[in-house]
Design a protein around this ligand. Sequence first.
Ligand code: G3P
Length: 500
Amino acid sequence: MDSGPLVLAVDQGTSSTKALLVDAEGRVVARATAPLSEAQPQPGWVEQDAEELWQSVRAAVEGCVDAGVAHRIEAVGLSTQRESLALWDRRTGQPLGPLVSWQDQRTAGQCRELAAAGAGPLVRELSGMPLDPMFSALKARWLLDAYDPSRRRAEAGELCLGTVDSWLLSRFGGDHVTEVGNASRTQLLNVDTQRWDERLLDLFGVPVEVLPRVLASCAEFPAARGLGPVPDGTPVRAVLGDSHAAMFAHAGWRPGVVKATYGTGSSVMALGDPGGSTALCRSIAWDLSGAGDMGEAGHMRGAGDVTGPVHAVEGNIRATGRALSWLAELFGTDEQTLLDEAPPSAGRIQFVPAFGGLGAPWWNPDAVAVLSGLTLGTRRGDLVAAALDAIVHQVEDVVSAIDASVGKVQVLLADGGLTRSARLMRAQADLSGRRVARSAEPDLSCLGAADAAGLAAGLWSLTDLEERLRPSTDFYPEMDERTRAESRERWLAAIDRTLS
Ligand code: G3P
């Protein structure tokens, strides 16, 4: 009977929480998923329940960890959805109001006002991001305006604001803390100094006392508590934003890696700097400075490259998988059934799922969803085919922007639940004209959290992680250049229509 160490990884995402147990060889030995709900109380508003998030973490862990092996867990790694924001009472730990989702558009009006007042360039320079309701800063203002309009309680240190990592760690007790990569997605952090920036705090009306202390990605986080069979006090060794965790699981510290995660939305990420590009964001991928020995791979590239704060170039697409789940809701069925019955795309229907505006590379919160080219012969399968096209075109829009800012992307590394669809991967290769390498393990965010936690616990090095990279399946473009160009043109014309 095996008695080696185990790493428990939890990925708290938008539609579910996943948990994995990984052994010392990096093999996944157990896994479980707990579903989550979201609410749309008004058009454009998307909320989740912070308490339900915490309970889903407990349920996923309980489903994954057998009481007989719990004592072998040496490290916990956490990956989380980003930008979504909660406000809670520091003393009681009880949330005030909803968790405002990254998808939420309630602050679009405030965003427009700040843009009209000329705040955009400064916000971008300091935070690395465009003014957009997706980021946490305006959600922070909204929550404080709703629950502490005078800011008296916030300034007195009675309230805590935090992204999902911070919220979950608060359930373990201890300090109010957050991880730097997650913090860099709030639009309140200075992306160069990795500190809360006074100018941003002033602009968004957020007192610093309400914000968590920023920690590196492998740091002294509050130890696990209340996670079912997991012994209280089991150390949390690593925390990463979910997209960053997926990048880490692709051994994304290697030069030239560009990945796309296909989830509710999508994130296309590379390490580096977007330069003058306004299509992409600049954030912190991770900071491994507390992670100990990196092995040869760490030394080879110099400690500064691998162990300090590492910048990432990223484009976020708001709705990719969400387009499919929306169709499933509409037709009262599930996504798999829709995928199974969808005919090949004829490319005549354009579906731009700008349900909550458009993110990268367009960054237009006022864009509206568009469905065009319907005929009396259009069937639901045709809409599904158009939704799949929309996913790959949107990803390609961002990859093209990355081409222009950090250099030609030869291979796109793909992960996320939707990559199970070989059809989607083939379409991505075709409409991108690039090789697409699908990860053998779709839930890479969870594995990335495990990889980082095991690294920090000394169970393996970066070199080990490179050596045991999970095999991928390659998809090569087969579409001829002309068909691809025409299809891209039709798509870009449809994007224009979302702006009217
Ligand atoms: O930026 C939002 C992202 O972190 C959410 O990811 O996987 O929950 O759709 P996911």
